[in-house]
Design a protein around this ligand. Structure first.
Ligand code: UGA
Length: 419
């Protein structure tokens, strides 16, 4: 926002994060973000604070706090959204707009709008879901593929649309589509988009299970069905499945909300999507077990990649880290590496042996698992590391390298639904 010329204050309750950001460093790894952060600080348009009073002069307030899965339930935990709104209410100026970005259960925006209206009758709320992907956050923010504004009906809504149009003027001028809806539709757009993406991944992973049993090749299958542009090739990569702070908890929260609405049956398929996804983690463990001859006890397993996806240091619900934990439970020694995610992974699972590079990780390994498709791992020279492991077996949990190239270099190659 600051790089687009707006004056921005970023507010967070975490003083350490605020201090880090104010000094020009991000509390996470995200390509291109550090540069844009520093440039925005240097321009004087961006400041950070822990004090909600700093919001008092703002015309638009984006609320972008997390909505994680509630402990012991599938539902979303809304306490951070609720407390952010509550802390903001006393500082709302007449005419200001609260724009919700967080992923919330349908019905939340209407409830929060009533709170805003009660605290400041001349302010209002809009729901403006966020579709950015980690690893591509800067590009997705500056050039998104669409905007969705959920607003009140009538003049108030028109005013909210005009304010958001001003905020997003640069992208709108470049032709980014913008859809204006009611609150409920905007909330549902977000969760249904993530539910569809999760379904697409579990669909191809189910095909991959069938391919594995029949000797078919799921990658060729995905290429072939992907040429049908009603289906599309993107998000049809079979492997260890989806993780992260969004897809898994969003499909669960969506089911929980449907249950509250008495519509559990409508989203019952998402339980199957979730189960299919989690089964891929067990499947990788089974492939690793088979690769070492049936018993993981005392075996050394190398894992390449810990982040839930490449170009991120995020290990929330990371399939790779989950697999690591399962392997350790089965008695294996797990040696893992990742270009960015080691520190975060260590906090969640200190029992994994973390090493800085691929060579160290694979040395002496009985099997090597590739679980996050960082470019560095996709482009490894299999011949150069052929002599390092005890047994040169690669389980490609992302179907991401050339099986032929690895076999030609003397490796046994095990894909997921690839012969
Ligand atoms: C996802 C959505 O893609 C964003 O549009 C959304 O804004 C975001 O959630 C959110 O709700 O905030 P993200 O979690 O960053 O974004 O990651 P994705 O690119 O969607 O990948 C999710 C997981 O699916 C990763 O673990 C990835 O490895 C896996 N995946 C993706 C596959 O297993 N196969 C594929 O073909 C694609």
């Amino acid at each position: 926002m600051a790089s687009l010329g707006h004056t921005v204050v970023g507010i967070d309750v975490d003083a350490d994060k605020v201090a880090l950001l104010a000094s020009g460093r991000a509390p996470f790894y995200e390509p291109e973000f550090d540069d844009i952060l520093r440039a925005s600080l240097d321009s004087g348009l961006l400041t950070f604070s822990t004090d909600f009073a700093a919001a008092a002069d703002a015309e638009v307030h984006f609320v972008a706090v997390g909505t994680p899965q509630k402990a012991g339930s599938n539902a979303a935990d809304l306490r951070y959204v609720d407390s952010a709104i509550e802390a903001l209410l006393p500082h709302l100026a007449p005419g200001s707009l609260v724009a919700g970005k967080s992923t919330v259960p349908v019905g939340t925006a209407a409830r929060l709008d009533a709170l805003v209206a009660a605290a400041q009758p001349a302010a209002q709320l809009a729901w403006n879901p966020e579709f950015l992907r980690e690893g591509l956050a800067v590009a997705d923010t500056l050039t998104p593929d669409r905007f969705v504004y959920g607003v009140r009906r009538g003049d108030d809504g028109d005013r909210a649309v005009a304010m958001l149009d001003e905020v997003y003027a640069t992208a709108l001028a470049a032709g980014t589509p913008r859809l204006v809806t009611d609150f409920a539709t905007a909330e549902l757009v977000k969760v249904s988009a993530n539910a569809f993406l999760a379904t697409k991944i579990s669909f191809i992973n189910a095909m991959s299970e069938i391919a594995e049993a029949t000797g078919a090749d799921v990658t060729a299958l995905a290429d072939a069905i992907g040429h049908d542009n009603r289906i599309g090739r993107r998000f049809l990569n079979a492997g260890v499945g989806f993780g992260g702070g969004c897809l898994p908890k969003d499909i669960r929260a969506f089911q929980a909300r449907a249950g509250e609405l008495g519509l559990g049956d409508s989203l019952a398929f998402l339980a199957e999507v979730d189960a299919t996804n989690l089964r891929q983690r067990e499947r990788v463990v089974r492939l690793a077990t088979e690769a070492v001859g049936g018993n993981l006890s005392g075996r050394r397993v190398a894992i390449l990649g810990l982040a839930f996806k490449p170009n991120s240091d995020d290990v929330r619900d990371s399939p790779a880290l989950d697999v690591a934990g399962r392997l350790i439970e089965a008695g294996a020694t797990v040696v893992a590496t990742d270009p960015e995610a080691i520190e975060n992974a260590r906090r969640l699972n200190p029992d994994v042996e973390y090493v800085a590079d691929v060579e160290t990780a694979v040395t002496g390994a009985d099997v090597v698992l590739l679980l996050t498709e960082w470019d560095h791992y996709r482009t490894l020279d299999p011949a150069a590391i052929r002599e390092l492991p005890r047994a040169a077996v690669l389980v490609d949990g992302r179907n991401t390298v050339s099986s032929q190239a690895w076999r030609d270099a003397g490796w046994a190659y095990v894909g997921m639904g690839r012969p």
